[in-house]
Structure formats: structure tokens, C-alpha cells
Design a binder for this molecule. Structure first.
Ligand code: 13P
Length: 252
């Protein structure tokens, strides 16, 4: 199974900045990367980035993803983006349950599970984010929290969970420059792997990626862990040179 390196641009970018970033990425990538690469970009730029990826031969293998998806079917849901729309814009992935959405938009485990279901039904791969806050970690509740978050998705999606990507993103490591140590991350990834194994016979196809201040300096050690199947990268994915380095560090 190839590792997955996914960039999450979050609410960053402009038409000019996106074009500059992708031109720099195209120049930095030597050829077909050994790993799978995806870019999860703000919804207004999906069409622009889709066209730019297709126009650079060295970027044409990069997949496109949304940063969120509505749990609803198309209809009267002002401001939301349906899974069918993301798919129509060329998305293969959709992030669901990012901690920034859980924290700032009140997303519950049940809603995140429904969003994963909507993405799967549209033929996309949901990147399901789980992760504990600093207070939860300090209270020794990390395992309980991430298992509860993943259990909701398993419960709602049954055997289809073999089609998901799980992203372990400890909330205290996101955008803080404080990364989970490779051992800390591996411990949680192994827990999640065991939970997936108990839920589906096809758990081997599920990638569990790490996110939280992953950068060119720490990526190699994190990606060397047996249960870390890639990365979900925020800040460093906005810097072409750093993102290219991380891609180069991801073994098959
Ligand atoms: P940073 O890499 O900026 O810490 O963000 C991680 C993240 O939230 C990716 O989804």
C-alpha cells in the first residue's frame, strides 16, 4: 500500500498564490512520486487547482480533495457543498471531522460519521480526522477519545470503512510546532489499527496518516513508524520546497 501525503491548505490561498505554489511544486517534483499525493484546497479554488494539476505533467498524478463535505443530499442547505459537487469538481478525497470543524463549528461524532458516509456514497475517500486535545491527553484519555471518534464512523459505515483514510491529528500538535514524537504517534496509530482490524476483515487497505506540525525535518522519523501510512500536512504544504521534501521522504 502506497503512503499518502495530503496537503490541507485550510483557509489559505488566492488565485495568484495557488498558481505560484503549484508552479513551484511542478518545478520541485522530479517525476512520479513513490507515494500518493493529494491537495485538499478551499472550495472556491477546486476548479482552478484541478485545471492547474492537469496542465503540469509532473502534477497530473496529484489528487484533489475537499476540506469538508455536507452530510446532506443536494437541496436547501445554504453555504454547504455536497459530496456530489466535490466529486463533480474532480475530488477523490474529502476531509471530514477536522478538529478545527469539531472545535469551531460544533461538529459531533455522529455528524462526522454521516459526512464520511456521504463522501463514500459519492465515490470519494473520506479522510476521517480523530485526535485528542491537550487536556484530554493530560487526563490520560487519548485512547478513549480517538476510539470513540473512530467508533462512530465504523458504526455508521459498516464494511465500507475499508475504503476510508484515518488521520490521527492530536489537537495540541496542530499549527503549534509541537509534534507528537514518532513513538507517541505510533502508539495511537497501533490502537486505531487494532480497532479497524476488529471491525473489518479488509482493514489492511485502510491508511492511517499522521497530522500535526509534520514538516521536512520530522517527517522521515514519523513515516518510518510501522503504522504511520502517510501525513496530513497543514502549514508545510503551503511551502513548495517543504512539501516536495516530505513527498520525497515518503517511502512506498
Ligand atoms: P499543521 O501541519 O499546520 O500543524 O496542520 C495539521 C493539520 O491540521 C492538517 O489537517
Amino acid at each position: 500500500m502506497k503512503k499518502l501525503i495530503a496537503g490541507n491548505w485550510k483557509m489559505n490561498g488566492s488565485r495568484a498564490a495557488n498558481e505560484a505554489l503549484l508552479t513551484a511544486l511542478a518545478a520541485g517534483l522530479p517525476g512520479e512520486p513513490a507515494c500518493e499525493v493529494a491537495l485538499c484546497v478551499p472550495a472556491p479554488y477546486l476548479a482552478q487547482v484541478h485545471a492547474l494539476l492537469a496542465s503540469h505533467p509532473s502534477l497530473s498524478g496529484i489528487a484533489l480533495g475537499g476540506q469538508d463535505v455536507s452530510a446532506h443530499a443536494p437541496g436547501a442547505f445554504t453555504g454547504e457543498t455536497s459530496a456530489a459537487m466535490l466529486k463533480d469538481c474532480g475530488c477523490q478525497f474529502a476531509i471530514v471531522g477536522h478538529s478545527e470543524r469539531r472545535q469551531h463549528h460544533g461538529e459531533t461524532d455522529a455528524l462526522v460519521a454521516d459526512k464520511a458516509k456521504a463522501a463514500l456514497a459519492a465515490g470519494m475517500t473520506p479522510i476521517v480526522c480523530v485526535g485528542e486535545t491537550l487536556a484530554e491527553r493530560q487526563a490520560g484519555r487519548t485512547a478513549e477519545v480517538v476510539k470513540r471518534q473512530l467508533a462512530a464512523v465504523i458504526h455508521a459505515n459498516g464494511h465500507c470503512i475499508s475504503e476510508i483514510v484515518v488521520a490521527y491529528e492530536p489537537v495540541w500538535a496542530i499549527g503549534t510546532g509541537q509534534t507528537a514524537s514518532p513513538e507517541e504517534a505510533q502508539t495511537v496509530h497501533a490502537l486505531l489499527r487494532a480497532q479497524l482490524k476488529a471491525a473489518t476483515a479488509r482493514s489492511d487497505s485502510v491508511r492511517i496518516v499522521y497530522g500535526g506540525s509534520m514538516n521536512a525535518a520530522n517527517a522521515a522519523a514519523l513515516l518510518a513508524q510501522p503504522d504511520i501510512d502517510g501525513g496530513l500536512i497543514g502549514g508545510a504544504s503551503l511551502k513548495a520546497a517543504d512539501f516536495v521534501k516530505i513527498i520525497a521522504l515518503a517511502p512506498v
